[in-house]
Every structure is written in C-alpha cells, then in structure tokens.
Design a binder for this molecule. Structure first.
Ligand code: GRF
Length: 202
C-alpha cells in the first residue's frame, strides 16, 4: 500500500523532496494526503500544484485532542500507512501517537539528542558545536525523543549564522528523509530499545 500522510505547517521543502524522490523512482510510495495546520502554508500550494490531495486543517484555538481527532479522521480516510511530519509545528497528543504506533516519523535539524525543540540551528551555533546535522526519528510522546532512524552530520563553520547552517543542513534533510521512509516501509529493520537496526547490518 505504501501510502504516506504528510503533515506540514509552512514551506514544505522536505515534503517536496519526498515527492521528488517518488517521482524519480527512488522511493516506492505514494503521497495520499498533505495536511497543514496553517491554511496559508506555502507547502499546501506546492502540494496542490503537484496534483496531490492538499488539505488545510487550521488548528488555531482548538483543543489538542479535538484537533487530533480531526487529523486522525483525515489520515484514516486517506488510508495512510505512514505519517511523516515535515516541518509540522504542533505537538501531537498521546491519542494521535497511540493511533499510529511506530508509524509516525519526524525530521529535526540537529543531531539529536542535542538541541531538541525550536531553533535547533540557532542553538547549535550559540553552543559552539563543530558539527551539527539532522535526524529522522520515530515520534513518541516526548519532544524530539523517539528512536533514531537516520542521521547526517555537517560541519559548523566559524562564520556560520543560524541561516547559513540551516541551508547546509536542509540539503541533508532532503536526502535522508526519503531514505528513512524507504527503510521503514521496507520493514527491514528492528527496534531494540532505542536502537533502530537495519536488517542489512544484522
Ligand atoms: C526543517 O528544518 C525540519 O527539520 C524542521 O522544520 C523545517 C521544515 O522545513 N522540522 P520545510 O517546511 O520542510 O521546508
């Protein structure tokens, strides 16, 4: 089935990279629906222009569980197998996470567990680390805390700002998100505690 449900809040460049991987035959999957909790997210226009089902489901002022029930219903209607958070700036309820056990992925612009939460690239520059990067992980009930599927590292240069570091990291994000999705869809991995072990390495 391999149907993806993608949740966004803004630009949607990770979503577009996933769509490109599918179009180029590098990822055997189908984007069943793209949902944004911000009606004006540029990523929704991108989804629409690509002929994908794109839904604005505004979350402003809604109770978390009430909103997440609407989200679950849209994702179930679209029959999605895997939920991919791609710049989705809203914390999910436990209810949502339990609805899709180990079937929700997120991408975060740091080498977790360093710099969870907002402005990860700014946090990395401010802390003075020499390397940062990005992480694709399963979503659990903590903040950016689930088992790590893939990471990629980039150097942090002396002259970097949060913006220049972000532009180096995003290239790696676009590469590893599709790779992580492919691994999870293949089922060729196991989770041992916090460790996600790909079968190729067994
Ligand atoms: C990315 O840096 C991602 O890691 C973070 O939010 C940003 C979303 O960018 N979670 P985009 O909307 O995919 O362009």
């Amino acid at each position: 089935m391999r149907r993806l449900g993608i949740l966004i809040s803004g630009r949607g460049s990770n979503f577009a990279a996933i769509a490109d991987s599918i179009d180029r035959g590098r990822l055997d999957a189908e984007i069943a629906v793209v949902i944004s909790n911000h009606a004006d997210a540029p990523g929704l226009v991108v989804a629409h222009n690509r002929g994908l089902r794109a839904i604005a489901l505004p979350s402003l002022g809604l109770d978390r569980e009430v909103y997440d029930r609407q989200l679950i219903s849209e994702l179930r209607q679209a029959n999605v197998e895997l939920v991919c958070l791609a710049g989705y700036l809203r914390i999910l309820s436990g209810r949502f996470i339990r609805e899709f056990p180990q079937r929700i992925l997120n991408i975060h612009p740091s080498l977790l567990p360093a710099f969870p939460g907002l402005d990860a690239q700014h946090q990395a520059v401010a802390h003075g680390v020499k390397f940062s990067g990005c992480t694709v992980h399963f979503v659990d009930e903590g903040l950016d805390s689930g088992p790590i599927i893939k990471q990629a590292a980039v150097p942090v240069l002396d002259e970097d700002t949060a913006e220049t570091l972000a532009s180096r990291i995003i290239k790696e994000e676009h590469r590893i998100y599709s790779e992580a999705i492919a691994l999870v869809l293949s089922g060729r991995y196991r989770i041992d505690g916090r460790r996600v072990i790909a079968s190729e390495q067994l």
